[in-house]
Design a protein. Structure first.
Lengths: 294, 321
């Protein structure tokens, strides 16, 4: 650990917080828009029970598809539940599950990717060929097949999508780690007899973290869209759980009478992915995240 | 020249062999993944209350009582001649998916025939007017259509063109007896939706491929000679970018595979994508396996095709370092 900058008599480096603020000030309008969108969605997801006017499963109207009124701002759904409340709770379910899935995919894919790059040889070959063959089946098709085999519970959905998506992250993290493992400080660590896990955690992981973080947004969007598509097809998150993809499906008949209500959850999905893409774009364009040069 | 063709031939044969190998591995994965099914087929389909006789009869009828490897070879050799055995509803799988496969091929094929030239053309326009108005507008539109779910685009088009202005029917239930125009009219909305989905990806990648070539010395040479920009793109950049454009086109046609599933469900189009989703809901494993194999084989063949195009279009690939 270095002593604080003031003690060693050099010009003080700005603190991380002030650097982040300085960077945010220079962010383009699209990225700021994206960050506001993400913040709104996260707020809705966390505080859903306090924001939503009604409960997730609460039936509030006498018949299905009640029109927009003051009591039910966006009307009610096919079972007479408040549409707006379902959308707000949907934020929690859709985003929460997609986030957990992406995180799991990164842990699994990142771990094996770094292992393959560090161990090389047979382990690398075996893992890489396995990943290649899994990736030669289109994602959605493979997911559908596995869901049919194991059944469509939330846990199965998370595990199946996470494991299939971890093949992409395996490739990314393996390629990134390949560049790092040959560097002197990693070889030095190996020479002083540090174990495999220690080298991965202390030497390799910190150096490929920026790449993984900037990839996280993109992969999250992909997972989020996959889960929405699966729920839309009726094989993803199961009722009565509120989920945006299945809300579109369940209320789609309204489109034929010119009612735009079913499009609102679809638009909610679209807005979030566009927002994340804006932020990820900006993040990728500014060299290495929140670094000193930024 | 003889040497040249000889080595092209060798590379193509090697690539085809590789494609064949991955097809075999995929068929293994698809077949054996099903044997991971917790419990067994019979209880999954007939329910837990089924009698032992019913279970035995069911297993015998589907050949489930034979060893796994025998079933694999039987399944694969059948699949090669288009015989996928019986579904769990005891109808031949080929009867269920045959006509629907044709419908899907028509839908995806039409989309591809429109999308590929259009994407290359728009990509060229973007590259020509890079960072100017046409490029900015097209890039913004494509970024937006990449990041929204397919069913959102589908329902927007349905709302606009089927409900508000009743130009096209909202459901594309095509039947064999229909005339060509009638079918085309009913298929318009799914094709338009798929075009939006595929075009965006394809156009962005074409633009990137051309811009990548534009930074090479021979382009600068052409510019210094004073050739007009459009001519440089068409006669110098585009031919050199064909290899990479072919591979992005193939990769993006894979979005068509995923897109086709969702869009067939939205528009109730009688295709193989919808068949697969129905089979997943009913857990009709033989149908699922057949659909998965067809989709994966298409995907692998597309990639194989793209690689062969890039091998034959780029002489430098003949001398791998």
């Amino acid at each position: 650990m270095l002593p604080p900058a003031s003690d060693i008599g050099v010009t003080a480096r700005p603190s991380i917080l002030s650097r982040v603020i300085a960077k945010l000030r220079r962010a383009p309008p699209s990225a700021i828009f994206g960050m506001i969108v993400i913040a709104v969605y996260i707020t809705a997801a966390i505080f859903a029970p306090w924001i939503a006017p009604y409960g997730e499963y609460q039936v509030v109207s006498d018949g299905p598809f009640a029109p927009w009124t003051e009591a039910n701002l966006l009307g009610t759904d096919q079972l007479g539940r408040d549409f707006l409340s379902r959308i707000i709770f949907g934020a929690r379910n859709s985003i929460g599950i997609a986030f957990v899935t992406t995180l799991l995919a990164f842990i699994v894919g990142g771990f094996f990717g770094i292992m393959a790059a560090t161990l090389r040889g047979f382990a690398d070959q075996a893992l890489s060929r396995f990943v290649d063959s899994v990736m030669s089946i289109p994602d959605l098709i493979f997911t559908l097949m596995l869901l049919a085999i194991f059944g469509t519970s939330v846990l199965n959905l998370i595990l199946i999508i996470a494991i299939l998506d971890s093949t992409r992250i395996f490739r990314i993290s393996r390629a990134a780690a390949m560049n790092v493992v040959t560097l002197d400080f990693v070889e030095a660590a190996a020479a002083r007899g540090e174990g495999l896990i220690w080298r991965i955690v202390h030497e390799i992981l910190p150096n490929i973290m920026p790449i993984l973080i900037s990839e996280f947004g993109m992969r999250f969007c992909f997972v989020f869209l996959s889960i929405a598509a699966l729920s839309f097809l009726g094989v993803g998150l199961q009722p009565p759980l509120a989920e945006w993809g299945s809300m579109v499906r369940d209320n789609a008949t309204l489109i034929n009478v010119g009612d735009i209500t079913p499009l609102i959850p679809a638009a909610a999905i679209a807005l979030l992915t566009v927002g994340i893409n804006f932020v990820a774009d900006w993040f990728l364009n500014t060299s290495s995240g929140f670094s000193d040069e930024a | 020249m003889g040497f040249l063709f000889n080595s092209i031939f060798k590379m193509i044969t090697r690539r085809i062999a590789l494609g064949f190998l991955s097809l075999m591995i995929v068929s293994l994965i698809i077949f054996f993944a099903v044997s991971l099914l917790p419990g067994d087929f019979a209880t999954a389909v007939l329910g837990r209350s089924a009698t032992q006789d019913a279970v035995a009869a069911f297993q015998q009828q589907l050949g489930l009582d034979r060893p796994l490897y025998q079933r694999y070879f039987h399944w694969l050799s059948g699949a090669l001649i288009g015989d996928f055995g019986n579904s769990f509803s005891m109808r031949p799988v080929a009867k269920i998916i045959g006509p629907r496969l044709l419908n899907t091929l028509v839908l995806a094929g039409t989309t591809a025939i429109i999308a590929v030239p259009l994407a290359v053309m728009l990509g060229v326009i973007c590259a020509r007017f890079r960072n100017r108005l046409p490029d900015r507008v097209l890039s913004a539109v494509t970024l937006a259509s990449i990041s929204v779910p397919e069913f959102f685009i589908a329902y927007l088009l349905m709302l606009a063109l089927a409900t508000k202005f009743q130009i096209f029917p909202s459901l594309s239930s095509v039947r064999p007896g229909m005339g060509f125009l009638e079918q085309a009219h009913r298929m318009a909305l799914p094709i338009m939706t798929l075009l939006f989905v595929v075009l965006a990806h394809m156009m962005r990648n074409t633009r990137a491929a051309i811009i990548n070539v534009m930074s090479r010395p021979f382009i600068e040479m052409a510019q210094l000679k004073g050739e007009p920009e459009m001519r440089i793109i068409l006669t110098h950049a585009l031919p050199n970018a064909i290899g990479s454009i072919a591979s992005v086109v193939a990769i993006n046609l894979a979005y068509l595979i995923a897109g086709v599933v969702v869009i067939e469900v939205v528009f109730v189009y009688p295709g193989i994508g919808q068949t697969m989703v129905d089979a997943v809901r009913n857990r009709d494993v033989p149908v699922i396996q057949a659909c998965a194999l067809i989709f994966s084989a298409t995907y692998i063949l597309l990639n194989l095709f793209a690689d062969i195009i890039s091998i034959t279009s780029d002489p430098r690939l003949l001398h791998p370092r």
